[in-house]
Design a protein around this ligand. Structure first.
Ligand SMILES: Nc1ncnc2c1ncn2[C@@H]1O[C@H](COP(=O)(O)OP(=O)(O)OP(=O)(O)O)[C@@H](O)[C@H]1O
Length: 372
């Protein structure tokens, strides 16, 4: 349903996305995770047809992402989704359905269903007066008014309370059950673990891991063993012999005093045995051993904790104070501003006349221009 091939996006020489290749099957929930500035939003904006790749391509529902017709198959939820504050949820969603030229009876039924499912109260209150969670739900409902096959959600549950977060995650699962394809970005790894079929982890513009959450954990994470003893292994080692013998990597492992016990973390069962021998030689004993599987978070921290090679323009440009360095959006206008497909308009000017836009384009324009 989605294929991204050798995608690259640079802003004024700064590589926001580098050589990104992945695909998403129909009916799959696919997560893009990564730290701030990893390139998640840029990737999603390319998928949503809001910016053009510098090179490579993205195809969505059989269309190149730059083709206006693609948008009929797509619902996009931006990270920030300003709404028209004077409207009610219902009138706002009808407005978008009209932009997509959805017949009123079909739209009303679709809107009711989405609002019911999202437990949206206060449908007739002005949007300026509703909670952040409700606003996010209305924005999600908006992404569905054209009944798209593909949903691209940027941080759908960020900043929401736990109840609203759960309801948004549950709703995402239901979208999958209804056969929709969902791509979403998240910082919160729990959100990703609990919903996604597959994941890519991005760092500094590049994909650094991919697969199912379990697969990524197995491939990139290391099981550790927590050995609890009644004497510190260091002391035992002092009497028993050479501390360097512990651990596959030749280190002793991390020991921490916890109450009247000592916990030594080692990377292998071999090392556990050496702790046992050393402690028993010192007259002590192993009182407990626990295995700890790596979490996605462990893997994430390990993978994104080191600098990536090959990102051009970043540090040097920032140090020189040139465009695109910190990438805060003030890059050279010739390359650095988001362009709508086929260069129709820049973000801050030269808008096309409304009459030139397709229904999907008008809706997208209203999405990004809403309540500014
Ligand atoms: N219009 C732009 N002009 C210049 N640089 C940009 C522009 N948009 C994004 N960048 C830079 O590209 C890099 C990737 O940004 P992007 O927003 O895709 O990251 P992200 O993973 O979504 O980050 P976050 O989690 O903070 O939202 C960042 O360094 C960002 O500052």
């Amino acid at each position: 349903m989605i294929t991204v091939d050798a995608l690259e996006k640079t802003y004024g020489g700064f590589a926001a996305v580098v050589d990104s290749t992945f695909s998403v099957a129909e009916g799959e929930v696919f997560g893009i995770v990564g730290p701030n500035g990893a390139g998640k939003t840029t990737t999603l904006k390319v998928l949503a047809g809001l910016i053009e790749p510098t090179s490579g391509e993205a195809r969505v529902a059989g269309y190149d992402s730059t083709e206006p017709a693609m948008r009929h198959h797509l619902g996009f939820l931006p990270e920030e989704s300003p709404l028209y504050e004077e409207m009610t949820a219902t009138s706002y969603l009808r407005f978008f359905a009209d932009l997509y030229e959805v017949p009123r009876s079909v739209a009303d039924e679709r809107i009711e269903r989405a609002l019911d499912r999202l437990d949206l109260d206060h449908r007739d209150r002005r949007l300026g007066d509703v909670s952040k969670g409700m606003k996010r739900k209305v924005a999600i409902a908006r992404s569905l008014v054209n009944d798209p096959d593909v949903l691209v959600y940027d941080e759908p549950a960020s900043g929401l309370d736990p109840v609203t977060t759960n309801s948004v995650l549950e709703f995402t699962r239901e979208l999958r059950a209804a056969g929709k394809t969902v791509v979403f970005s998240a910082h919160n790894l729990y959100h990703v673990e609990s919903v996604c079929d597959r994941v890519v982890i991005m760092n500094e513009g590049r994909i650094v891991a991919r697969g199912t959450v379990d697969g990524i954990r197995e491939r990139h994470g290391e099981t550790t063993y927590h050995v609890y003893t009644d004497v510190p292994p260091e002391a035992a080692v002092g009497e028993a012999g050479d501390a360097e013998e512990f651990g596959d990597d030749g280190t002793l492992g991390d020991t921490e005093e916890i109450g009247d016990r000592y916990r030594t973390v080692v990377p292998s069962m071999d090392a556990v045995e050496r702790v046992r021998e050393a402690v028993s030689a010192a007259g002590g004993a192993v009182v407990d051993i626990r295995t700890r599987e790596p979490s996605l978070e462990d893997v994430f921290l390990d993978l994104v904790g080191r600098p990536m090679p090959g990102r051009r323009g970043g540090v040097e440009a920032a140090e020189n104070g040139t465009a695109g360095g910190s990438g805060d959006g003030d890059a050279d206008a010739s390359e650095g501003r988001d362009r709508d497909h086929a260069g129709d308009r820049t973000r801050d000017g030269d808008r096309t006349r409304d009459g030139d836009r397709t229904p999907a384009e008008r809706a997208e324009a209203a999405t990004s221009e809403g309540a500014e």
